[in-house]
Design a protein around this ligand. Sequence first.
Ligand code: FAD
Length: 378
Amino acid sequence: MKTFDVIIAGGGLAGLATAAQLVEKNKALKVLVYEAYQIGQGASGVPAGMVNPATGQRARMVWNAEACFKMLDKRLDQLSASSNTVLKNQHGILRPAIDENLAENFRMSLKNTRWPKGWIEWLEPDQVRQRVPQLKESSGALYMDKGKVVRTPEYLNAYSRYLKEAGVTFVFGGPYSIDNRGDWCLKNRKNAFTAPVLVVTTGYKAKENKYWSELPLNSVKGQLAIYYCPENVGHFPAVSAYGYIAPVDDHHLAVGSTYEHHFHDENPDARGAGLLDQKLLELLPDLYPKCQRIGQWSGIRATTPDRLPIAGKHFERKGLYIYAGLGSKGLLYSEFVASLLATHITEGKDLPYEISLYRFSKMEELREKAREDNESGS
Ligand SMILES: Cc1cc2nc3c(=O)[nH]c(=O)nc-3n(C[C@H](O)[C@H](O)[C@H](O)COP(=O)(O)OP(=O)(O)OC[C@H]3O[C@@H](n4cnc5c(N)ncnc54)[C@H](O)[C@@H]3O)c2cc1C
């Protein structure tokens, strides 16, 4: 039996960021990251992830955008330096207004939102043509200088190396069972690990954990394809328009992604490939014939009804925590929310209501019921 202070189940963006924030708050903590398969096995393995502060058709600023950017940028710089690897493309993000309605929404966002200085600007159609000559005609575009594309697999690699050096233990151990007799005990076929604190960061699989089966998480499959272009595609901003096209390097583009609310299996399929080809053709019609699809990837996002992550403590089970529901903004939210959760675990500081479990009535009901059962001694 191996003993730790904290066990984190799940080695995606949420799990790694939580481990880092915990050990950085208290170097003496013994932390285990228990990953059933491999780092980046889940949605976090997305080959190219956009970091986009303006969300949805109304280009709303994401929750706590400044803090999220600050913490992610710090981590990217740190890991880039420690691994000597390029982890991001910093050419901004362009959101073309592909019709007049979107153009109006985007202008309203600029007018009504207090965007930090220098983050966002409106480009007229001729300015858009200058920035991305290959892009189809638009009614103008929002350009977000802060936006970037992260090479997520490299980021996760650099992240796990850093954590190992910081003393975090990693175990890749397949399925496990959990037992709670005082401390949490996680057992797989070969070993058992115990800790007073267990943090579940298993993405959309969190609902399969018996203690978290009532979480309001939806699973949304997404597919992404990589295209090779023999001619140099140049340094243009990532384009986000009902999906995205992100230059990975001089000759490769990532095109994402599908949003599949109903799916039979988790693997990439021909329908997804067709939709992604179509997206590339629609947005970059001149480049499309020169590109060849050379790879396809799929993953399952866990989303919440209000599209914000969920983090917090179980209403009944001492020492049990959850961090999930990062939706399509895993990169942006991962570090900031992990820091709030780590402070909640180590210092008992409340989490903001916007990301707490109890903003959902079902979870609040369960907490109430547990409280009543406790009081009546049942
Ligand atoms: C197609 C697609 C495109 C995306 N694009 C972007 C983007 O551009 N920008 C962005 O920010 N985000 C993007 N996302 C979303 C982002 O990938 C997710 O929000 C984020 O990865 C979720 O991280 P997570 O750690 O919560 O979950 P996951 O990455 O799913 O990690 C969960 C981990 O837990 C492991 N696991 C599962 N069950 C167990 C178990 N029982 N025990 C132990 N381990 C277990 C899994 O193997 C996995 O490694 C995209 C997602 C998809 C699918």
